[in-house]
Ligand binder design. Structure first.
Ligand code: GZL
Length: 306
């Protein structure tokens, strides 16, 4: 609205140290734990106070976590919105309270909250591109012909929405690449295993799996093996993140490839806030570069993974 534009974003004084909030979505997988550790390590290094909350997988709790940070008058809030819509109001509430918000990793619905108006910027990966890169590798690997089961991430989250779109857009050009089932495993290993078990019964002719993250790919591998199938031989899997267990699964020949989704936000997040305080123009999006892991580099990348 014009009023919001006129008001602009909250000012942040240049200080030696800040008290900042980090509202995490949950801690149910190595990616989440690595993201949190990176934020805690950077806060410690800079001597800033970090008010950390864990929404334990509940968008509603994450909204109340942001409320509590506003009440504690933190200088700024780093937020990884678990789902695109429910957290938009929390972002606007923080801005109305004069607290700048930087979105990390996940985004809010752009029709509900805007960069440069309601929040400072989004720092994270290009999820559409991650989906495209997974599709490109799988299409080549399968010579353009596969019966695909897709395990989607958390319903309503920007990575799940965009990874699905990126993959689907790419395979549109290859009629032989068919998604026969697509269901959420909520980015979780055990849920991914359960969903894969069910979908495998309905589609015993599956030849490929696209998982929106490594945890669900690892769950799918367990389900395939429990059904007497050979992951990496009878069924080819591709996923996203690049966690240690996934690199090991590539080395073991069970996972085909994974697109990196870098969880280490700390240095860039805190540096962006300092630039903002100094009055520098911050772009609406700051995209992390993502590498690609397959049999050619998984071993060499193991030591720097999480
Ligand atoms: C992506 C991040 C996703 C990871 C999952 O940026 O939001 O959430 O890909 C994590 O592993 O749970």
């Amino acid at each position: 609205s014009v009023f919001a534009l006129a008001q602009g974003l909250p000012k942040l004084a240049v200080k030696k140290t800040y008290k900042v909030g980090f509202a995490q979505t949950e801690s149910n997988n190595p990616w989440r734990l690595a993201q949190t550790k990176s934020m805690q390590d950077e806060a410690k290094k800079l001597g800033w106070q970090l008010v950390y909350t864990d929404a334990a997988g509940s968008a509603a709790k994450q909204v109340s976590d942001v409320d509590s940070m506003i009440a504690q008058r933190v200088d700024a809030i780093f937020l990884a919105p678990r789902e695109e819509k429910p957290l938009a109001a929390a972002v606007k509430k923080a801005r109305a309270a004069g607290i700048p918000v930087i979105l990390l990793d996940r985004n809010v619905d752009q029709s509900l909250a805007k960069p440069g108006v309601d929040y400072v910027t989004f720092i994270g990966s290009d999820f559409v591109k991650e989906g495209q890169r997974a599709a490109e590798w799988l299409t080549k690997k399968m010579n353009g012909k596969a019966t695909i089961i897709e395990l989607q991430g958390t319903t309503g989250s920007s990575p799940a929405n965009d990874r699905k779109a990126g993959f689907a857009n790419y395979i549109k050009k290859y009629p032989g690449m068919k998604i026969v089932a697509s269901q959420t495993g909520d980015f979780a290993r055990d849920k991914g295993r359960q969903v894969m078990e069910t979908l495998l019964q309905a589609h015993p002719d599956v030849t490929a799996v696209y998982a929106h993250n490594d945890e669900m790919a690892l769950g799918a591998i367990a389900a395939l093996e429990a059904a007497g199938k050979k992951p990496g031989k009878d069924v080819i899997l591709v996923s996203i993140d690049g966690e240690k267990d996934a690199l090991q699964a590539i080395i073991d020949g069970k996972l085909g490839a994974t697109v990196e989704c870098n969880p280490r936000f700390g240095p860039k997040a805190f540096e962006t806030l300092q630039r903002y305080a100094r009055g520098e123009k911050i772009p609406a999006k700051i995209i992390n570069p993502d590498r690609f892991f397959d049999a050619s580099n998984a071993k060499a990348s193991l030591s720097t993974s999480y």
